[in-house]
Design a protein around this ligand. Sequence first.
Ligand SMILES: Nc1nc2c(c(=O)[nH]1)N[C@@H](CNc1ccc(C(=O)N[C@@H](CCC(=O)O)C(=O)O)cc1)CN2
Ligand SMILES: O=CNCC(=O)N[C@@H]1O[C@H](COP(=O)(O)O)[C@@H](O)[C@H]1O
Length: 184
Amino acid sequence: MNLAVFISGGGSNFKALIDAQDEGYFKSQIKYVVSNKDAAGLKYARENNIAYLISKDEYEIIKKLKDHNIDLIVLAGYLVKISKKILDEFTVINIHPSLLPKYGGKGFYGMNVHNAVFENKEKVSGVTVHFVNENLDEGDIILQKELDISKCKDAEEISKEVLKVEHQTLKEVIKKLEEDKCAR
Ligand SMILES: Nc1nc2c(c(=O)[nH]1)N[C@@H](CNc1ccc(C(=O)N[C@@H](CCC(=O)O)C(=O)O)cc1)CN2
Ligand SMILES: O=CNCC(=O)N[C@@H]1O[C@H](COP(=O)(O)O)[C@@H](O)[C@H]1O
């Protein structure tokens, strides 16, 4: 599959996908990167000669995705709501740093998620990769992984532990989807 990765921040999930691609973990190729701002993670696109676009204009984004024959959009820390225009033309998946439906939806992104989990004294948190639909964080779940956070002393530590599991989970989902596609 030809992948497009959408980012808004540091891009560690994007970097983990580049590494997985380079080690042959999955066959899919990252062909394009989109960000709504000059995100720090774009340095990985520049370092790996992956074409990218900084834009919020969906027509421009859709045109570039078509030019690059994208099969799958991967949202990795992308903080803008994807509209029906894109959803009608592309399959989109998203990685979320909690066990949806808990700690999902408007306002629940990045550290806001881990702060809420910590405030609520959760013993377990986790990661969810789901198909994206028009609502926030409500699409069909593809894979979830739990992790014990009972020893984490603050939200920062939860974030670090969850991020490690995200990096592992996202590449597993890409591999699974490309295998399913071949099966279909
Ligand atoms: N269709 C659709 N689009 C999506 C997702 C989805 O599942 N469905 N998943 C999104 C990732 N999850 C979130 C969850 C909440 C917020 C959020 O709450 N954003 C703030 C703005 C954040 C900012 O710009 O700093 C807001 O007020 O809307 C953003 C992305 C990305 N886009
Ligand atoms: O889906 C819900 N909200 C979106 C969201 O909070 N995504 C989270 O942002 C982080 C991006 O890290 P990066 O990959 O840039 O290092 C990462 O933890 C994602 O799970």
